[in-house]
Design a protein. Structure first.
Ligand code: ZN
Ligand code: FE
Length: 259
């Protein structure tokens, strides 16, 4: 299996997975980069997985479906380009001989889903997570349609996946996320190392993704809201953040205001 992040739009990645013959893509906000990659890799598009309804994740779906005949899968509870197979948390999708488990991860949007696969074979057989705009490296999505408690619950679910899970999120936001993460947790040495690593990658024009769940658990403040340092930072920003939900809500608000 080959996993390829296709840069699209401003700072999106459309993830492509293929076995040398058949391919799937996740969140095609633009058809063009996908069509080019299909030709370049010499593979046929069989499936399109969508995580949520935002146009930067769906705008390429209709054209790709038309040209390739690929089957489209997406969240049950959101407005989507039709026709598609609607999925709920707990459902399973079979594509390229792999089984993807659907997880409900509301917060960024009300019906946001993620796809997890732990049946990947081959040299790098670590599990895969396509999580859209829920979990980013060093950050998380904005709360457009959900509450902090919902997003915290969604991230807690993702955080419980195996450490070697490859986190395939949809935006290259890592560097600005890490700047904020260091503001919240300046003494986290793994965070300092990771920032240096990501700077090197970006300087070479390479993606910082996929990250891993194990890495994110060490450096992502939004997965670490029970850490004493982070709780203390949150309280410095807003004295009323008491329990874990409060600390998480405070971090999200602080990040919104931080540039
Ligand atoms: Zn979005
Ligand atoms: Fe997005």
């Amino acid at each position: 299996m080959k996993l390829i992040p296709l840069p699209a739009l401003n700072d999106n990645y459309i993830w492509m997975l293929h076995d040398g013959q058949n391919a799937l893509v996740v969140d095609p906000g633009d058809a063009q980069p996908v069509l080019e990659a299909l030709q370049h890799e010499g593979v046929q598009l069989k499936g399109i997985l969508v995580t949520h309804h935002h146009p930067d994740h769906t705008a390429g779906v209709n054209l790709l479906r038309q040209i390739t005949g690929a089957q489209v899968f997406g969240p049950a509870r959101e407005t989507m380009p039709e026709p598609l197979q609607r999925l709920h948390g707990g459902d399973k999708v079979d594509l390229l001989g792999l089984e993807f488990q659907v997880m409900d991860v509301p917060g960024h949007t009300a019906g946001h889903i993620a796809y997890f696969c732990d049946s990947v074979a081959g040299a790098d057989a670590s599990p895969l997570l396509f999580c859209g705009d829920t979990l980013f490296s060093g950050g998380c999505g904005r709360l457009f349609e959900g509450t902090p408690a919902q997003m915290l619950a969604s991230l807690t679910q993702l955080s419980a996946l195996p450490d070697n899970t490859q986190v395939c999120c949809t935006h290259e936001y890592t560097q600005s996320n890490l700047k904020f993460a260091l503001e919240v947790e300046p003494d986290n040495l793994q965070l300092v190392d990771y920032q240096r690593h990501c700077q090197t990658l970006r300087a070479q024009g390479l993606p910082t993704l996929p990250s891993t769940i194990g890495q994110e658990r060490q450096i992502n403040p939004f997965l670490r809201s029970t850490q004493p340092t982070i709780m203390a930072s949150a309280r410095r920003f807003n004295a009323t953040s008491v329990d874990q939900n409060g600390v998480f809500a405070c971090l999200r608000l602080w990040k919104n205001q931080y540039t």
